[in-house]
Write a protein that binds this ligand. Structure first.
Ligand SMILES: Nc1ncnc2c1ncn2[C@@H]1O[C@H](COP(=O)(O)OP(=O)(O)OP(=O)(O)O)[C@@H](O)[C@H]1O
Length: 274
């Protein structure tokens, strides 16, 4: 009998701080196989810090991170953890003179033996990751010669090559043009629906969050203000409270999803998607 775990990665009552100053209080989040969970909220509300704590890149003052509700993340070696969880961080140093193919290959590191051998699935995983992110044609180019959007896709390919059951993405649509934003969000849904990947994604665009996510976690001032389906969480009252401006919420009759519209003084002319 195959046992299907309900929660792939759980952060429980996480208290997170910088230099003694708490920025996330009692953060609870559960990422499920086959589901996309979007983390939304204003600047500085703690989204990236919470995601980094889930990826073991930020040590929690209190609380725990566990895999499959059975294994404490802290009990795994870095290599074991990296075979199960990957993070596309918001910013990372660009290695000078390194080819795209090699940067994507970095993602295979946890699967390799000590002397870079023993990864029979590696070459196919690298090719697949480059194909789905549209970077195969630039495989031999140096990454420090790419545009911001091209580079973003290379790092995403590196994460996908890692081939983990949990994928954490911090503002992955940054730098991407409209086509690649749409393709990335489609890819995220495919990974969840077809490969049962548990995805946690930080997004600023609430309409993108409503479109791609099964579950939304709304953070405000370091606390989880609401947690549930997009319809449950993205309400006018909650969003206006979190963002401090009026935000209209309607339902898109074509897609059936929530549609948000921030209302500013010049909203008749200027449209902002948050
Ligand atoms: N390295 C750091 N040192 C000190 N404080 C930090 C550091 N990184 C973040 N912070 C603070 O922690 C709080 C949460 O930041 P975090 O980046 O998690 O928020 P966020 O919701 O992801 O914001 P944004 O939407 O602007 O990316 C903010 O008040 C921020 O100023």
């Amino acid at each position: 009998m195959i046992v299907q775990r309900d929660v792939a990665l759980r952060g429980d009552k996480l208290c997170l701080s910088y230099h003694g100053s708490t920025v996330v209080e009692d953060g609870c989040i559960a990422l499920r196989p086959g589901r996309v969970t979007a983390l939304v909220g204003p600047n500085g509300s703690g989204k990236s810090t919470l995601l980094r704590a889930l990826a073991r890149l930020h040590r929690a003052d209190r609380g725990s991170v566990s895999l499959d509700d059975t294994t404490s993340a802290a009990a795994l070696s870095p290599r074991e953890f990296a075979r199960r969880v990957t993070l596309l961080a918001q910013s990372r140093p660009t290695p000078a003179g390194v080819k795209v193919r090699d940067v994507v290959g970095y993602g295979r590191h946890p699967h390799r033996g000590r002397w870079r051998g023993g990864d029979p699935d590696g070459p196919a995983a690298i090719i697949r990751a480059m194909d789905v992110t549209g970077v195969a044609s630039m495989a031999e180019r140096a990454v420090d010669e790419l545009s911001g959007g091209e580079l973003q896709r290379v790092w995403l390919a590196s994460c996908l090559a890692q081939d983990t059951g949990v994928l954490l993405l911090d503002e992955p649509t940054n730098h991407l043009d409209l086509r690649y934003q749409v393709e990335l969000l489609d890819l995220v849904r495919d990974l969840a629906e077809e490969h049962r990947v548990a995805v946690g994604v930080v997004l600023h665009d609430l309409n993108q969050a409503a479109g791609v996510a099964d579950h939304v976690v709304l953070l405000c001032n370091g606390r989880v203000l609401a947690d549930g389906t997009p319809e449950e969480v993205l309400t006018e009252e909650r969003l206006s409270l979190a963002y401090g401006i009026r935000i209209e919420v309607t339902h898109d009759p074509r897609t059936g999803t929530v549609h948000t519209r921030p209302v500013g003084r010049h909203s008749a002319r200027v449209h902002v998607s948050i």
